[in-house]
Structures are given as structure tokens and as C-alpha cells.
Design a protein around this ligand. Structure first.
Ligand SMILES: NC(=O)C1=CN([C@@H]2O[C@H](COP(=O)(O)OP(=O)(O)OC[C@H]3O[C@@H](n4cnc5c(N)ncnc54)[C@H](O)[C@@H]3O)[C@@H](O)[C@H]2O)C=CC1
Ligand SMILES: O=C(O)[C@H]1O[C@H](OP(=O)(O)OP(=O)(O)OC[C@H]2O[C@@H](n3ccc(=O)[nH]c3=O)[C@H](O)[C@@H]2O)[C@H](O)[C@@H](O)[C@@H]1O
Length: 442
């Protein structure tokens, strides 16, 4: 089976690499020449543990190649995955420009039956829109190639993308065509015979499953974050609350970690998008809207806590704050909608100087936080970030922070405030007694 993957962002690249690993012949295409050049040279444009080895192996086996040529990719592929971005517009709705552009481009070069698979997260109805876009171009070309549309949303998590794609919890395939359904089974043959759960449904249901899943997880996080705010005021411990709640199989312990709010390229954008989709259909998503508001509040609350702990009037002028972890979660360099951005902006707005360190996020942080000028310095490790600082704030729970030498940290600091926004340290940790320690919700 010959596969084309259009778009080599997170999803496209991981999908292409994993399908090659499953034995497919895969061509990954992108419009960004520099990205494709880097991939051809064996360089990964993203940080994703374990991906590099699988990519190298499949390039060497001649099952995986990279190109900027949409004509060649279309003509040589039986199944074409669309995996381009669907960023939020100003009103929160999903921008379908790239998806529809790809649909047009593909139809310019279709030379026979193709299965067009949408991997991007798209509003309900996009499958139909892609179908009509392709049909229109084919009519203009005066050709009559048949094709089927499939919705196949992606559920991978950044930082764990390889594992998530090799052993997914489920594969969702939305299509009205039996022929396309059989072809999709053979694309995912390795998973299918391994008894991975498959959900076959129609395109609209599949499109909605993706938004419903992300929105539900976002609601779960906002829920526990609000409980954490209350726990903190009442003397309760959110970690014990979450643990006990999670013991109920109907609740599950996953996505019940209180923190500084969710971030990343998907939860913030997809929650806003489904609210917008619902509005267009005359429905209101009160629960999701509340989760979005609670998430904004959570980040604001973190800033307020730090401000008024460090200074009675909340003025941070002259204070140096070390910030550990910039990427929106560990094991990724992705800074899209990272809580660190709002928290750092908030602290600087009240006069603080920031010494930031992140194992992978610094490169992207430098341009996203460029407007802060000399109010932010980027350090080489956690100890430098703590140097002569009044406070240290852990925003993202990279493993290396869990193991850092707290004695060395405190020796470097000018004062001893430690804000652990991910609750990575147990309250029982002996050395924590030397800090003025603040977790979240305990
Ligand atoms: N990042 C993630 O962890 C996940 C993302 N998704 C969804 O998957 C989709 C893609 O997300 P990412 O991979 O993060 O996006 P991304 O923004 O990292 O990458 C998109 C890629 O598409 C390319 N592109 C744009 N227009 C193109 C065109 N006309 N022809 C060829 N290439 C084109 C861009 O150059 C870019 O390399 C989004 O809808 C997202 O919501 C779904 C699950 C996980
Ligand atoms: O559609 C997407 O793009 C993806 O979005 C999320 O994946 P991802 O954004 O990579 O990362 P998550 O691990 O879900 O974390 C998202 C945010 O929630 C936060 N989070 C997560 C879990 C938790 O208990 N508490 C919490 O604050 C994380 O710190 C992070 O900021 C989903 O988990 C994936 O299933 C989905 O495919």
C-alpha cells in the first residue's frame, strides 16, 4: 500500500514514520522546503523521544521518504492523509484554510481512485467540505476519478507520541464507504490483527469524537484545578483527594493532576473550537465554556499566589524569580499556549526579573517571549536559574527537576521560596523543610 502524508508537523511526521514502521511505503510531503531538507538529512524538526530511531530505520529500508512535491505524492499514493494545522481564528473557530488548500491541491493531480483521510482535528462537516472541494476541482479538470473520504482523528500526546501510535487505546475510522473501510483496515493491519479496539462509524461522528475527547480531558483538568484552589483554602490535600477519587473506576486517576492550567497546541484551541461549532448549531456548551474560564483563572491564580507571597502589596520590582520548565509539558519543545508564557508575562508585569531554564523549550521561548527584553534571562540549568533568586517556580514537571539537588539549589538562592506548581515534591521530602514551600492545592 502506498501512503502519502500531507503536512509534516507533529501529527503528520509521527503518522508517516509509524505507518512506514507498519510496513507501508510512505511519502511525507510539506510546503516548507527547509523542513523537508532537514528531514532528508536525517534531522527531526521536533523533539519527540524515540521517533528518530524509527525514522532512520525506515528511511534506510526505503519505506519512508520526504518531498515538497504534491503532484508526485498524490499520483504515487493510494491513501492520502491530510495532517496539516487547524489553528484557531480570532473568534475561536478552527481555521480550515490549510485543510481545504490541501484538498484542492490533491484534486489537481488525482490520477485514479484515492482514499482521502483526514487526520487533522476538524469541525463536524469538514469531511463533506473536503469532498465537495475535491469534486469541484475534478469537474473543472473534466476528469471523473472516484475517491472516498475518511475521518481518522489522532489521539497522540506530544512526548509520548511513539508509544501512543504504536499501541493506541483505540483507532477511530469514520467513513460511509465499505471499500475505504477495508483499505483502512489494511493500512492499520498491524494494529487490527493485534486486537487494538477499532471504532468504525460515520464521518460526522468520528469528527466529533475527537473534539469530545479533548474537551472532556480539559474539563477533567479544570475540575481538579478548581478543587485544588478550594483544598488550599480548607486545609485539604488535592493529591490525596485525586488519588481517592481516581480509585473509583468510573472516575479513573488519569488527568486528575492539579497544576498551573492546561496548555499546548490542542486543548486550548479545541475547547474553543467546539464551543464555536455548537454555537453555529444553536447549542451552548456551558460545561466546556466553564472549563476554559477556569483554565484562564488557574494561570492568573498562580501569578497572584507568587506575587502576594513574595510581597505584601504584590509588587515584584527588584525580585528575581527562577522559572523551571517552559514547554507546555515535559518531553516536548512545544511552547504553544504553554502556561509558562502567561505566568512569566504576569510576573514580569509586576516588576519581576526572570531566570528561566527548560531542557528543550528555550529556543521557542526566546521568540515567544522576545517582548520581555532584559526582564528575562535564559540559563543553562536549574542551578543557574536558582542563582541569587528570591523564589524558584516549577512550571513544568521535567523528570530532571524531580531529582535536582535541593541543597545545592537553596545554597544558590538569595531567599528560599519554592513554588511547586506541579506538586512534584512530596511534602515529606526532608530538605523541603529548608524552603518556604508552596504546592498547588495542599
Ligand atoms: N500536535 C499534536 O499533538 C496533535 C495534533 N492534532 C491535530 O493534528 C493537526 C496537525 O497538528 P500539528 O501536527 O501539531 O500541526 P503543525 O502546525 O505542527 O504542522 C502542520 C504542518 O502542515 C504543513 N502544511 C500547511 N499547509 C500545507 C500544505 N498546503 N501542503 C503541505 N503541508 C502543509 C505545515 O507546513 C506544517 O509543517 C491539527 O489539526 C491538530 O489539532 C491531533 C492530535 C495531536
Ligand atoms: O489533540 C491533541 O493534540 C492531543 O491533546 C492532548 O495531548 P497533549 O496536548 O500532547 O498533552 P497532554 O498530556 O494531554 O497535556 C495537555 C495539557 O494538560 C496538562 N495536564 C494534563 C494532565 C493532568 O492531569 N493535568 C494537567 O494539567 C498538561 O500539563 C498539558 O499542559 C491529548 O492528551 C491527546 O490525546 C490529543 O491527541
Amino acid at each position: 500500500m502506498k501512503i502519502g502524508v500531507i503536512g509534516t508537523g507533529y501529527v503528520g511526521l509521527v503518522q508517516g514514520v509509524i505507518l512506514a514502521e507498519f510496513g507501508m511505503n510512505v511519502t511525507c510531503m510539506d510546503v516548507i522546503e527547509e523542513k523537508i531538507e532537514r528531514l532528508k538529512n536525517g534531522e527531526l524538526p521536533i523533539y519527540e523521544p524515540g521517533l528518530r530511531e524509527i525514522m532512520d530505520r525506515n528511511v534506510q529500508a526505503n519505506r519512508l521518504k520526504f518531498t515538497t512535491d504534491i503532484k508526485e505524492t498524490t499520483e504515487n499514493s493510494d491513501v492520502i492523509f491530510i495532517a496539516v494545522g487547524t489553528p484557531p481564528k480570532n473568534d475561536g473557530s478552527a481555521d480550515l484554510t490549510y485543510v481545504l488548500e490541501v484538498a484542492s491541491n490533491i484534486s489537481m493531480y488525482m490520477n485514479g481512485y484515492k482514499v482521502i483521510v483526514n487526520k487533522s482535528t476538524v469541525p463536524v462537516g469538514t469531511g463533506k467540505l473536503v469532498e465537495s472541494t475535491i469534486s469541484k476541482v475534478l469537474t473543472e479538470r473534466g476528469v471523473d476519478h472516484s475517491f472516498d473520504i475518511v475521518s481518522n482523528p489522532e489521539f497522540l500526546r506530544e512526548g509520548k507520541a511513539v508509544r501512543d501510535c504504536l499501541t493506541p487505546d483505540r483507532v477511530v475510522i469514520g467513513t460511509d464507504s465499505d471499500k475505504a473501510k477495508e483499505i483502512m483496515k489494511s493500512v492499520y493491519d498491524v494494529l487490527y490483527i493485534n486486537q487494538t479496539p477499532f471504532v468504525f462509524t460515520n464521518v460526522e461522528t468520528s469528527e466529533m469524537i475527537k473534539y469530545a475527547s479533548n474537551a472532556f480531558l480539559a474539563v477533567k483538568i479544570s475540575f481538579i484545578n478548581e478543587m485544588a484552589l478550594l483544598a488550599e483554602k480548607t486545609g485539604a490535600d488535592i493529591q490525596e483527594i485525586a488519588r481517592a477519587m481516581g480509585m473509583d473506576g468510573r472516575i479513573s486517576p488519569k488527568f486528575l493532576h492539579a497544576g498551573p492550567g492546561y496548555g499546548g497546541s490542542c486543548f486550548p484551541k479545541d475547547t474553543k473550537a467546539i464551543v464555536d461549532i455548537a454555537r453555529k448549531y444553536g447549542e451552548e456548551m456551558f460545561v466546556i465554556e466553564a472549563a476554559i474560564r477556569a483554565n484562564e483563572k488557574q494561570k492568573y491564580k498562580m501569578v497572584e499566589k507568587i506575587r502576594f507571597t513574595l510581597s505584601e502589596d504584590g509588587d515584584l520590582t527588584g525580585k528575581t524569580i527562577g522559572v523551571l520548565g517552559l514547554s507546555f509539558k515535559p518531553e516536548t519543545d512545544d511552547m504553544r499556549d504553554a502556561p509558562s508564557i502567561d505566568i512569566i508575562n504576569g510576573l514580569v508585569a509586576y516588576g519581576a526579573n526572570i531566570q528561566a531554564y527548560c531542557p528543550e523549550g528555550i529556543k521557542e521561548a526566546k521568540w515567544r517571549l522576545e517582548h520581555l527584553g532584559r526582564n528575562i534571562k535564559y540559563m543553562n540549568d536549574e542551578y543557574e536559574a536558582a542563582k541569587e533568586a528570591e523564589a524558584l517556580v516549577i512550571v513544568t514537571e521535567w523528570h530532571q527537576f524531580r531529582g535536582m539537588d535541593l541543597k545545592k539549589i537553596i545554597e544558590n538562592m538569595n531567599d528560599n521560596f519554592l513554588f511547586d506548581l506541579r506538586n512534584i515534591f512530596s511534602k515529606r521530602e526532608k530538605l523541603l523543610g529548608n524552603f518556604k514551600y508552596y504546592g498547588v492545592g495542599r
